[in-house]
Design a binder for this molecule. Structure first.
Ligand code: NAP
Length: 288
């Protein structure tokens, strides 16, 4: 039986690790707050470790999904880190949304000590993780990707190797740039529609079938019309992702004028107390 470890049982990692058990893998988890790891082990009949190293011991594949670059470094390096536990030939897959630079750093480190690394940020949100329907954007070599793809299928409806190390993260940056623009467009359209007296359900039932349709439109219109934001993908996370994209865009001399404007709007949402609100809360700035 393939032995896997999962590091980081947040909104995303908790259900993803659960899907691995349901798919028949032998799963050991680690979470910084141990109570959550205990709760997970009870719920899914898996095991938990008290350090990333201990969870990674003897694992064929180690998955991680933590917060940002610094968090990934904390769980990866040091005497209790993932790399300290990896057996020769084992694979480390990082699902955290982080920089391409970090992905290359982890890949170099992995290769030097006889391991393999795939950067593998995900899209699909909390619902995608809970329903096992994530999309995974990967960077690394083809042989390693071919080994991890069938395992990730436990929680992913689609995964693709985008290119060499770092390209999974670069694809995720493009994804976040798309989302910023789409959500601002929806905010303006829905605010306009509401003020004009259009029926939300009829509007979305109709225009979602045409050229304006999107995941965000179908999955967020009800809450956007209702002014409910206390769920979903946090504005703090989105600003972290956009900061990573801005830094990468500078390197390739790509202009992101609209994304910069939307990032400014997200900053205003944070100032209004919306750090943990869903990204669709951009519409709150138009409602007053
Ligand atoms: P979350 O709910 O805040 O969970 C973060 C997890 O990482 C927790 O298990 C946390 O442990 C752990 N962690 C954070 N910093 C750590 C550190 N320094 N050392 C050890 N453990 C640490 O976040 P999430 O929503 O699952 O997101 C995780 C990643 O997926 C982020 O990179 C995010 O951008 C990305 N992502 C999220 C979504 C989404 O919809 N939520 C969608 C796509 C991508 P504790 O339990 O101890 O705090």
């Amino acid at each position: 039986m393939t032995k896997v470890a999962f590091i980081g049982l947040g909104v995303m990692g908790y259900p993803m690790a659960g899907h691995l058990v349901k798919a028949g893998f032998d799963v050991c988890v680690y979470n910084r707050t141990t109570a959550k790891a205990e709760q997970w082990a009870n719920e899914f009949s898996g095991t938990f470790a008290t350090t990333p190293k201990q969870a990674s011991d003897n694992a064929d594949i180690v998955f991680a999904c933590v917060g940002n670059d610094d968090d990934v470094r904390q769980v990866s390096f040091g005497e209790d880190g993932i790399f300290a536990g990896l057996e020769t030939g084992a694979i480390y897959v990082d699902h955290t949304t982080a920089s391409a630079e970090l992905a290359r750093e982890l890949n170099d480190f992995a290769v030097k000590q006889g391991n393999h690394f795939i950067d593998a940020p995900v899209s699909g949100g909390q619902a995608g993780a809970e329903n096992g329907l994530l999309t995974v954007m990967c960077g690394g070599d083809e042989t390693t990707f071919a080994k991890v793809q069938p395992v990730m299928a436990a929680y992913a409806k689609f995964s693709q190797l985008m290119g060499a190390s770092g390209y999974g993260q670069i694809a995720k940056m493009a994804n976040q740039i798309c989302i910023a623009g789409v959500v601002q467009g929806l905010s303006e359209a829905f605010n306009f529609a509401q003020r004009s007296g259009l029926d939300a359900d009829k509007l979305v039932e109709t225009i979602s079938k045409g050229a304006a349709g999107s995941w965000q439109m179908e999955n967020r219109y009800k809450t956007m019309f209702a002014g409910e934001y206390d769920f979903g993908f946090a504005v703090d996370w989105m600003r972290k992702d956009l900061a990573i994209a801005f830094a990468e865009a500078q390197k390739v001399d790509a202009k992101l004028p609209m994304t910069e404007m939307v990032d400014g709007f997200y900053e205003q949402v944070q100032q209004n107390g919306g750090n943990r609100w869903d990204t669709s809360s951009l519409i709150s700035l138009l409602k007053d």
